[in-house]
Ligand binder design. Structure first.
Ligand code: SR1
Ligand code: MG
Length: 427
């Protein structure tokens, strides 16, 4: 049963969206003309909310509204409405730092839990483009830049704790979506749960193996604990390839409704995990072997691009902005101080790499045996082929979760993925 909704809330269908926009002068002006002139189409793509593209004679807006349940599951999975509240809060906390890397927020309606934001009519979801074998030369680096800017700016690297802690407390209220993450990423894939599904019967034994794998379960629990206790920076919270919109020249990160303070490696790991699912799934899609292998190599190269770009942007800010209580500037003035500081940064990035790799593995596992699957595997119609490719991805994912230190850099990760894919192909 859906949850009771507050007074003033109504789910917006197309005519509701038209009426709602007509009552917001700034949005109506952005669209131009009269409400009857506006073209409205539903473009919902994610699992949770309803989304509309609206265009008028003068321009467009994108409208997103929370439903009192999980959209793809229906009313049998009730869900509080406050996710759009947290999404607009994330816009507010990060917008100035990620200009051009996220859509602009135009309006938030706290009664209807609806957001109006910049419409990106020439963009498509990165995940869909990757499935079609498209390459976006700037996209992965831009996502890394988004992650570096938004996490740095909201952490004690950049700000005194008096500014960070109240924000941390506000986002700590994002309980419903944090519950989804805790359950769907760190718990359900490792136990019997009615929401889990997988390519059956082909992966039945693999799934049983996961549930019986004490080492894997303990390592997944360690990651879940880290997610809940390492409040390092404001995360996007769901930074996968479905949360990125791209065209040939522009990249925007969308959908920060899962925003929460957590370990930075969680955001990075989710994105790396989804680059890897794109890689492992690609042989299941149409195209010549040569084209598949070229696309695969491009994806593998992007792992390193992502990491190095994140690192460059984050470290540049870390060295330049000395306004936070983390690594206070007062401690580093002499040459010896600077050298020790450089070593400390190395240590920090090493730890971040291990977090990132572990979370990447957990993300891959949950996308194959949990509730929320992804398009790249789901759109492989032949279950035998799909299961074969999923098994390879799971093989790497287990190593990422239980032994991330095996991967001293992202070149080693790429080589391991390639080896798993090609050895299996030639066996
Ligand atoms: C019930 S929501 C399932 C998944 O969709 C979102 O995009 C998140 O990834 C979440 O885990
Ligand atoms: Mg989403």
């Amino acid at each position: 049963m859906a949850l009771p909704v507050p007074n003033g809330y109504e789910p917006l269908d197309e005519s509701g969206v038209r009426r709602w926009l007509a009552t917001a002068p700034s949005l109506a002006a952005r669209l131009g003309g009269r409400p009857d002139d506006w073209r409205i189409s539903e473009i919902s793509d994610g699992n949770l909310n309803v989304v509309y593209a609206v265009t008028g004679p003068a321009g467009g807006v994108c409208v997103k509204q929370s439903l009192p349940y999980v959209r793809v599951a229906g009313e049998s999975w009730p869900m509080p409405l406050d996710r759009t509240y947290f999404e607009q809060l994330h816009f507010g906390a990060t917008g100035a730092h990620v200009d051009g890397l996220a859509p602009r927020l135009y309006h938030y309606d706290p009664q209807r839990y609806a957001i109006a934001m910049e419409l990106l009519p020439t963009h498509q979801i990165l995940r869909r483009g990757l499935v079609d074998g498209r390459r976006y030369p700037q996209a992965v680096a831009r996502v890394a830049e988004f992650a570096a800017r938004s996490t740095f700016a909201t952490s004690v690297f950049a700000q005194p704790f008096e500014q960070v802690n109240p924000r941390l407390a506000a986002f700590a209220g994002n309980l419903a979506l944090t519950r989804i993450t805790v359950d769907l990423i760190f718990t359900h894939p490792y136990v019997v749960n009615e929401r889990n599904r997988w390519t059956a019967p082909q992966l039945d034994a693999t799934v049983r193996g996961i549930r019986d794998d004490a080492t894997l379960k303990a390592a997944a629990a360690r990651l879940g604990h880290r997610f809940l206790t390492k409040h390092e920076a404001l995360l996007h919270g769901d930074l996968h390839t479905g949360s990125v919109m791209v065209n040939d020249t522009d990249t925007r990160v969308i959908d920060a409704e899962f925003a929460i303070y957590g370990p930075i490696g969680f955001d990075l790991g989710l994105f790396i995990g989804n680059l890897l699912t794109a890689y492992f799934s690609f042989p299941g899609h149409a195209g010549t072997t040569d084209a598949q292998s070229a696309h695969g190599e491009w994806l593998l190269g992007e792992l390193e691009v992502f990491w190095q770009t994140f690192r460059r942007h984050f470290e540049t800010q870390w060295r330049a902005v000395r306004a936070g209580d983390g690594f206070p500037s007062a401690l580093f003035s002499s040459n010896a101080d600077e050298q020790a500081f450089a070593l400390e940064r190395e240590r920090w990035f090493d730890e971040l790499r291990l977090d990132t790799l572990g979370f990447a593995g957990a993300e891959i596992i949950r996308r194959i045996v949990g509730f929320a699957h992804n398009l790249e595997f789901e759109s492989i119609a032949d279950a035998v082929v799909r299961a074969r490719l999923e098994r390879r991805a799971l093989g790497l994912a287990r190593r990422l979760v239980v032994a991330p230190s095996e991967f001293r850099d992202f070149g080693v990760l790429a080589a391991s993925a390639r080896q798993l894919a090609t050895a299996a192909e030639t066996a």
